[in-house]
Design a protein around this ligand. Structure first.
Ligand SMILES: *Cc1c(COP(=O)(O)O)cnc(C)c1O
Length: 371
């Protein structure tokens, strides 16, 4: 019996009231007041002028790439260690994702790795704040500016994370968020786009709504998409974002409890815990750890025992993009490959108590020492 899932949405605020209000009003499709309310609430949290709600985090990335005019044949530098959507958005535009290595301790793409991959074909960079810890976004932004290429921040995992007090999602030409069921706040499926330039922002809004001219009905001067979010999903999102402080403090409390519970395992050198970097405030999306050795097979044995003997669900880190069939390249990305084989995510969701984290930690310590 599974006692602890890795993740689950927690609807502890007024989500139900807002959804019933949306249903009772009849505004269940992609017009209605909750869409604007949700967009404005997220914009306030980030400290940006405006946000654009979309149907999920993947299309948010695609929309951002299109609004930045990514063209077939161009290249975009992405970390190899990320969720597949980061690379897919580039491929949707007919462009090539170029995979960068990451740092072994922060698990994030470095500015040096990006710089080494810039070619005359490079249009931009998609930086990811993996598992909620900000990547060196100031350095990467400075590099992009110096080299005249654009920067998208994939903030799917980093809502609420800050760099010297400034929110992730405010450093690039664009930023994207996901509200999938396992994210810090969820709308079931949903996403958000931030575009710095007001003209590109207007273009992104047009692309979201079938390319229709905002001032002329059924006049579609460009090929657009239906990437809209429904008012019902936005109603959930509005209830969730009102509680974002609660969800973030819960995740940070849980991370602190895991650090305590797994401290000895780390001291013994059997696992590495998420890096703590001066000035960077992680969103603590999913608490994660990296086994020192043994490879993917040992990790699988550990995960299986945690599940079968203790009812604890865990997840392996993402498979590096350069190992997936469609992006397979004979690259030497040693840190990415090591982390891809040795990393795992532990249960992290609002309401998981300190006592439960302590119990999970004891089981993790026992199993890791034994396998
Ligand atoms: C979840 C996630 C996405 C995509 O989000 P969906 O809403 O599932 O489409 C993109 N990038 C990263 C890094 C993610 O974790």
């Amino acid at each position: 019996m599974m006692r602890f899932q890795v993740s689950k949405p927690v609807l502890a605020g007024r989500e139900r009231d807002y959804v019933l209000d949306a249903v009772d009003s009849g505004w269940i499709s992609s017009s209605g007041p909750y869409i604007g309310k949700f967009e404005q609430a997220v914009a306030r949290v980030l400290g940006v002028e405006e946000c654009i709600a979309v149907s999920n985090g993947t299309v948010a990335l695609h929309l951002a790439c299109m609004a930045l005019e990514l063209k077939p044949g161009q290249e975009v530098i992405v970390p190899s260690l990320t969720y597949v959507a980061t690379a897919n958005a580039v491929a949707y535009c007919g462009a090539t994702p170029v995979m960068a290595d990451c740092d072994k301790t922060t698990w994030n793409m470095t500015a040096e790795a990006v710089e080494a991959l810039i070619t005359p074909k490079t249009a931009g960079v998609i930086a990811v704040h993996l598992y909620g810890l900000p990547c060196p976004i100031e350095e990467i932004a400075a590099l992009c500016e110096a080299r005249g290429i654009w920067l998208i921040e994939d903030c799917a995992e980093s809502l609420g994370a800050t760099v010297r007090g400034r929110a992730t999602g405010t450093f690039g030409d664009a930023a994207t968020f996901s509200f999938y069921g396992n994210k810090t706040i969820s709308t079931g499926e949903g996403g958000m786009v931030v575009m710095r330039d007001p003209q590109r922002r207007a273009h992104a809004r047009m692309l979201r709504g079938q390319g229709m001219d905002p001032h002329r009905r059924y006049w579609h001067p460009i090929i657009g998409y239906n990437y809209r979010l429904t008012n019902v999903a936005a109603a959930i999102g509005y209830g969730q974002i009102e509680q974002v402080g609660y969800h973030l403090s819960e995740r940070r409390r849980i991370a602190a409890a895991y650090r305590e519970g797994l401290r000895l395992l780390a001291v013994e050198g059997l696992v590495a815990l998420p890096a703590e970097v001066e000035g960077l405030d992680s969103s603590s999306w999913l608490f994660s750890m990296v086994l020192r050795d043994g490879g993917a097979e040992r990790r699988a044995r550990i995960m299986e025992r945690l599940e079968l003997e203790h009812g604890i669900e865990t997840r392996p880190f993402f498979v590096p993009m350069h190992r997936l069939p469609m992006y397979e390249q004979p690259l030497d990305l040693p840190n990415t490959e090591y982390l891809g084989d040795h990393g795992m995510n532990l249960p992290t969701y609002s309401g998981l108590t300190d006592a439960e984290v302590a119990e999970i930690s004891v089981a993790v310590c026992d199993v890791v020492r034994a396998v």
